[in-house]
Design a protein around this ligand. Structure first.
Ligand code: URA
Length: 245
C-alpha cells in the first residue's frame, strides 16, 4: 500500500490527502494519485457535528446531510465544469462573460438509500444534470455489496463528468461496486468525483489502490471501522437516521 499524507494544501486552500495506488487492474492513468479533499469550510464542520450528535432528530439529520451535500458538490465542481466565453451587452456596456457549457454532460449517481439525502440539493447547484440511481445493499454478515437497482444506461455520454454520491465510505465495498459499474460503461477514473459525508481509512485505502486519478470529496475522514462495518466514530447508520427506520 502507498503512503497517505493528510494535510497537504492544494488549490483553493482545500485540505487534501494524497494516496498512491498500487494495484494494476483498474488503472487508466498510472502516474496519477487518488486525491481525498476535505474542504476546510466552517459550515462543513458544523453539519458534520450535527450529524455526529446521537441526539439530532431525524428531520434535522436529513437536512444536515442535504446541506453538507450542497457544500461538498459546490466545492467538487470548482475547476471541474467546462465553460463557454463570449461577450454580452449589459445595460452599461459590453462585458466579457463566462457561462457553464450546457452541452457538457454532468451526471449524479446517488447510492440508495442514504445517498438520496446527500444529493438532495444537487440540482440547485447544477440544474442541467441527469441522475441515475443505484441501489446497493450490504450483506450484514459478509459485508459484501449486492446491487438491487441499476438505472444506469449501457453507456454514458462521451466525456461525462460523474458525481457518485454515497455518504458513508466504510469498507469500500459499495463504492467500489458502483465505480466498477461506471467503468464498465466507459467512464474513466478522472471523470469521477466521489461525494461522501464520512470517509474511513479502510475504504480510502482500497479506492486509492484501484482508481488512480479519482477524486474523493469528504466532510471528514475517520480512522477506522468496527467488525460490523460501521465507521468509528462515524455517525451510526446514515440511512436509518435519515429515514427514521
Ligand atoms: N453505513 C452507514 O450508514 N454507517 C456506517 O458507519 C457505515 C456504513
Amino acid at each position: 500500500s502507498g503512503p497517505i499524507s493528510i494535510g497537504r494544501r492544494r488549490r483553493s486552500g482545500a485540505l487534501a490527502s494524497s494516496i498512491k495506488g498500487t494495484m494494476e487492474d483498474r488503472r487508466d492513468s498510472s502516474d496519477e494519485r487518488m486525491l481525498v479533499i476535505v474542504p476546510p469550510h466552517p459550515l462543513i464542520k458544523h453539519w458534520i457535528s450535527v450529524l455526529r450528535n446521537e441526539e439530532t432528530p431525524c428531520p434535522i439529520f436529513k437536512n444536515a446531510m442535504a446541506e453538507l451535500g450542497r457544500l461538498l458538490i459546490y466545492e467538487a465542481s470548482r475547476d471541474w465544469l467546462p465553460t463557454v466565453t463570449g461577450e454580452i451587452q449589459s445595460p452599461m456596456g459590453v462585458a466579457s462573460v463566462e457561462f457553464i457549457d450546457p452541452r457538457e454532460p454532468v451526471t449524479f449517481v446517488p447510492i440508495l438509500r442514504a445517498g438520496l439525502a446527500l444529493v438532495e440539493h444537487a440540482s440547485s447547484i447544477l440544474p442541467a444534470t441527469k441522475t441515475y440511481h443505484l441501489g446497493v445493499k450490504r450483506n450484514e454478515s459478509t459485508l459484501q455489496p449486492s446491487i438491487y437497482l441499476n438505472n444506469l444506461p449501457d453507456k454514458l455520454p462521451e466525456g461525462s463528468r460523474v458525481f457518485v454520491v454515497d455518504p458513508m465510505l466504510a469498507t469500500g465495498g459499495t463504492i467500489i461496486a458502483a465505480i466498477d459499474m461506471l467503468k464498465d460503461r466507459g467512464v474513466e477514473n478522472r471523470q469521477i468525483k466521489v461525494i461522501s459525508a464520512v470517509a474511513a481509512h479502510p475504504a480510502l485505502q482500497k479506492l486509492s489502490e484501484r482508481y488512480p486519478g479519482l477524486h474523493v470529496y469528504a466532510g471528514i475522514i475517520d480512522p477506522t471501522i468496527n467488525e460490523k462495518g460501521y465507521i468509528l466514530p462515524g455517525l451510526g447508520d446514515a440511512g436509518d437516521r435519515i429515514f427514521g427506520t
